[in-house]
Design a protein around this ligand. Structure first.
Ligand code: UDP
Ligand code: MG
Length: 325
């Protein structure tokens, strides 16, 4: 079995060589069991020496394939590129910053041997800041109620995918990629195990509060149209309230005669309704924006340098095997 390791790298000059050493060790352990390994590193437009180091690694180790983007396209695009360029019978996607312990790959491969198409390593939140843990828990509880696929907290992008699962993910060509959801959407028999999260040793996480918030919204919006539904229901509810209130006022005026005061009511009604309308417009706008991006049909990424051919091109010529050492 050929196992592809896919790792997106963005400004990882401090760890990339160590990462490669670690996965090489795992590759050596797996070799006697009849498993070959290839490494697909995607340089996501790093501004440091990451690409130089990758080229160097590729010179030293023929199993290294690298793809380098013309600029930073984001981790989701990097993952996609990695999956497209991976030729393995199964693919392990993991971060290059050593937060995903490479020694777990063995366990994943074992579980793959038991027939699972997706083996998900789920990180525990030990050592995280309590606020982050709580918001994550709340978010996942909420989102799982809303979306149709099941999203697991901490069960993210450290996972093994079988070839058919990879092909299924690659067949989803949407522009706005929320891979956690895409993996879940694909389905197939899967299993999960837990591991202790390692603290980042070098560099820093590229996640800010704002990017997390946006990521959360993406998750919510990419997988269903329930926010649109909710907006519709909210509108209908408000309309009903307004109708009842009008009836009440008219009734009161008929009984007691007209009473002029009502400034507070009017201002409240006007501002509240304006707010609700803005929110609804925002929701519609989000979806329209997505349609806009899809309609442009731009590529997810542009490649600046690589030593791999795309697996599709290879498949077209029907020579998948000859590239594998
Ligand atoms: N990454 C990437 N492009 C980006 C940001 C991150 O390819 O724009 C890669 C990064 O090199 C790492 C992985 O994605 O291998 C996870 O990134 P990070 O460690 O910043 O995220 P966290 O571990 O905090 O989720
Ligand atoms: Mg990290």
């Amino acid at each position: 079995m050929l196992i592809s390791i896919v790792a997106p790298c963005y400004n990882e000059e401090e760890v990339i060589e160590r990462f490669h050493e670690e996965v090489q060790k795992v590759a050596e352990e797996l070799l006697p069991l009849g498993h070959d390994m290839e490494f697909v590193y995607v340089d996501d437009g790093s501004r440091d020496r990451t690409l130089t180091l990758l080229e160097h690694l590729a010179d030293l180790d023929p199993r290294v394939r690298y793809v380098s983007f013309s600029r930073n396209f984001g981790k989701e695009a990097a993952l996609l590129a990695g999956l497209r360029h991976a030729a393995g019978d199964c693919v392990v996607v993991m971060d290059a910053d050593l937060q995903h312990p490479p020694e777990l790959i063995r366990r994943m491969v074992d579980l793959r041997g038991q027939g699972y198409d997706q083996v998900i390593a789920r990180r525990t939140r030990n050592g995280d800041r309590i606020t982050r843990t709580l918001t994550a828990r709340l978010y996942y509880r909420l989102i799982n109620r809303l979306v149709d696929v099941e999203l697991v907290d901490g069960g993210g992008d450290f996972r093994l995918l079988s070839r058919r699962a990879v092909d299924a993910v690659l067949a989803l060509t949407e522009y706005n990629r929320f891979s956690k959801g895409l993996f879940a959407w694909v389905g197939f028999p899967g299993t999960t195990f837990e591991y202790e999260n390692a603290v980042r040793e070098h560099g820093r996480s590229s996640w800010s509060f704002r990017s997390l918030l946006n990521y959360g919204l993406d998750g919510l919006l990419s997988f269903n149209n329930r926010p649109l539904r909710a907006a519709l229901y909210l509108g209908m509810g408000l309309l009903l309230c307004a109708g009842l209130y009008t009836a009440w006022i008219v009734g009161a005026a008929l009984v007691n005669g007209v009473q002029t005061p009502g400034y507070v009511t009017i201002i409240t009604a006007v501002t509240a309704l304006a707010g609700v309308q803005m929110v609804m417009l925002g929701v519609i706008g989000e979806y329209t924006g997505r349609i806009y991006y899809e309609a442009k049909r731009r590529p997810h990424f542009l490649v600046k340098a690589t030593n791999v051919e795309r697996s599709e091109e290879r498949a077209q010529r029907g020579t998948t095997k000859d590239l594998i050492p």
